[in-house]
Design a protein around this ligand. Structure first.
Ligand SMILES: [Zn+2]
Length: 172
C-alpha cells in the first residue's frame, strides 16, 4: 500500500507562487529565508501566558464577543490544510439556560514559533468566536486584528511545508 501523501499546505495559492517556494525548498534556502523574516521565537511558554495573550487581543478587538472559558496549548492537535488550530463551542445545559462554553486550543507546535505565527493562529481562533465559517466576514475580522494576517498565514504554510521534509523546528 502507498503511504498517505503529506497534506498540501499551499493548495489554493497561485501556481507561480507555489513553484517559487518549491524551488527555494529544493535549493535548501527556505530555512534561511524564514529565519531572516522571522528571527525570534515568541515568549509565551505556558497555558496561563497563552490565556493572557488571547485575552489581551480579545479585549482590544472583540470586547463584545462571547466569553472564552479556556485557553490551552494542545499536543493532540495536528495541523491540516483546512484547520489551523481548533475552535470548540460546547453547549452545556445549565439549569434552564443553554450556555455556550468557548475554548481556544492552539497546537503545541506553536510554542516554538515566531510571534507573528502565534498572533496569526490566535487571531484566527478568536475570529471563530464570532464567525464559525472561513468566509469573507471571517477573514475581514482576522485582517482587522492583524493587517498582515494573509502574509503570516502564507508564510506559516511555507514553514509547515518545509517542516514536513526537515522534521525539526526552526525556532527551538
Ligand atoms: Zn478555522
Amino acid at each position: 500500500m502507498r503511504p498517505k501523501p503529506p497534506p498540501n499546505y499551499l493548495a489554493g495559492y497561485p501556481p507561480e507562487l507555489i513553484a517559487q517556494i518549491n524551488q527555494l525548498i529544493e535549493q535548501n534556502l527556505i530555512a534561511d529565508w524564514l529565519l531572516q523574516k522571522y528571527p525570534h521565537r515568541h515568549a509565551v511558554r505556558s497555558d496561563k501566558a497563552l490565556y493572557d495573550y488571547v485575552m489581551e487581543l480579545k479585549c482590544s478587538y472583540l470586547r463584545n464577543a462571547g466569553q472564552i472559558n479556556r485557553v490551552a496549548f494542545d499536543n493532540t492537535l495536528h495541523l491540516t490544510r483546512n484547520a489551523l488550530g481548533m475552535h470548540t463551542s460546547k453547549f452545556q445545559v445549565q439549569g434552564a439556560k443553554l450556555k455556550a462554553k468557548r475554548e481556544v486550543h492552539v497546537a503545541t507546535m506553536f510554542k516554538d514559533m515566531p510571534p507573528e505565527f502565534l498572533r496569526m493562529i490566535v487571531v484566527h481562533e478568536l475570529s471563530h468566536v464570532k464567525v464559525s465559517d472561513h468566509n469573507k466576514a471571517f477573514y475581514k475580522l482576522c485582517c482587522n486584528m492583524e493587517p498582515n494576517y494573509h502574509q503570516f498565514e502564507f508564510d506559516l504554510r511555507v514553514y509547515l511545508t518545509w517542516l514536513e521534509s526537515a522534521g525539526e523546528s526552526l525556532w527551538l
